[in-house]
Design a protein around this ligand. Structure first.
Ligand SMILES: NC(=O)c1ccc[n+]([C@@H]2O[C@H](COP(=O)([O-])OP(=O)(O)OC[C@H]3O[C@@H](n4cnc5c(N)ncnc54)[C@H](OP(=O)(O)O)[C@@H]3O)[C@@H](O)[C@H]2O)c1
Ligand SMILES: *[C@@H]1O[C@H](CO)[C@@H](O)[C@H](O)[C@H]1NC(C)=O
Length: 340
């Protein structure tokens, strides 16, 4: 009896292990994706001559999107908080791509990577970044609002905003508004916003946007990701007939540095690592929808929509309230000093 039970357990463990291995070794098949068609589509989405700004491009999804758009020959501006970390990521990406750093200013046929400092937790930094872009860049074809901070302890930005709302929403709100003129003069152009499925637990509680009465880090993250979607829908309405589109996406669950503020007990770490290795997307898998919205001819002219796995998805009612979206826009304008 005991031997039979042990055999069953061993068999189950082996079977489970093989399943995990299969998912890792053939992720495209496991996810039901046709990798041949994806490769064919990628070949069509050349980004030669296009300039792309990616916030948070030194890590995780932003870094994977930067690598892929560089491979498709875009001029990629990595907008990052820490210039040293960003330069290091840029060096690694250039080396992977076989680009020498002297080719940076080369233009023409091959992609380029440029590092610029942007701290979304400082409105001054956002303004300085945009000033430099407006001075130096003749065009801007794609802006990817990707940077994000997840469930940090209670902190405030330089300007006194709750950190997750300040970085994920307000910083990107000011950034996008200051770059709109350049995006319009470069039309057709695109804005891509990275949100999360966790928006569904969010609500825009206008009475305490800085969480001074009560701070719940999960709620604050969800609220900031809901704000990303409401912002996208309101901006799409404002950009009708300008040739500038804006869409929002969720990437799924991806193995990145996003969980840096989450404490996992030491003993649970190996299990967490195993589960994330087996079931979480790789950064390149997670970045596919960002890359698709930034480059695919399939979404030319599409605006104000929510995507997952490169397909449009339906939103829950809390993200479709146009009155809340408009009110959030108006209050954000005041908070970032666009309106006095
Ligand atoms: N990973 C997931 O499962 C998942 C799921 C849903 C949504 N998302 C969203 O995906 C986006 C990318 O996250 P990720 O998973 O790739 O995480 P990540 O590896 O932690 O990358 C986040 C990036 O944002 C940057 N960032 C953070 N605070 C910033 C600030 N104040 N100013 C400028 N940049 C700042 C980080 O810079 P530093 O390296 O300097 O800190 C980093 O480059 C986020 O918007 C996140 O909400 C991720
Ligand atoms: C924090 O917010 C989440 C929703 O985002 C909720 O599920 C949870 O119960 C809240 N925690 C507390 C302590 O209120």
């Amino acid at each position: 009896m005991a031997a039979a039970a042990a055999a069953v357990i061993v068999a189950a463990a082996l079977g489970g292990g093989l399943l995990l291995l299969a998912r890792r070794l053939w992720p495209a098949a496991a996810a039901g994706k046709g990798s041949a068609t994806a490769a064919a589509a990628a070949a069509l989405c050349r980004m030669e001559g296009k300039t792309v700004i990616i916030t948070g491009a030194n890590s995780g999804l932003g870094r994977a999107a930067a690598a892929e758009l560089l491979r498709r020959r875009a001029r990629v501006i990595m907008a990052c908080r820490d210039p040293a970390r960003a330069e290091e990521a840029a060096r690694e990406l250039r080396a992977e791509m076989g680009l020498s750093s002297r080719e940076r200013g080369g233009g023409g046929g091959r992609g380029e990577l440029v590092v610029r400092q942007l701290d979304l937790a400082s409105l001054g930094s956002v303004r300085r970044f945009c000033q430099q872009v407006l001075q130096e860049e003749p065009r801007l074809d794609v802006l990817i609002n990707n940077a994000g901070i997840f469930q940090c302890p209670y902190m405030k930005t330089e300007d006194g905003f709750e950190m997750q709302f300040g970085v994920n929403h307000l910083g990107h709100f000011l950034l996008t508004n200051l770059l709109l003129g350049l995006l319009k003069s470069s039309a057709p152009s695109r804005i891509v916003v990275v949100s999360s499925k966790l928006y569904k637990y969010g609500e825009i509680n206008f009475d305490d946007l800085n969480s001074e009465l009560n701070y719940n880090k999960s709620f604050a993250y969800s609220r900031s990701k809901l704000a990303n979607i409401l912002f996208t829908r309101e901006l799409a309405r404002r950009l009708e007939n300008t040739g500038v589109t804006v869409n929002v996406l969720h990437p799924g669950i991806v193995r990145t540095n996003l969980g840096r503020h989450i404490h996992i007990p030491l003993l649970a770490k190996p299990l967490f690592n195993l589960v994330s290795w087996a079931f979480f997307k790789t950064p390149l898998e997670g970045a596919q929808t960002s890359i698709y919205l930034a480059s695919s001819p399939e979404v030319e002219g599409v605006s104000g929509k929510y995507f997952g796995n490169c397909k449009e998805e339906q939103l829950l009612p809390n993200a479709m309230d146009d009155l809340v979206a408009r009110k959030l826009w108006d209050i954000s304008e005041v908070m970032v000093g666009l309106l006095k």
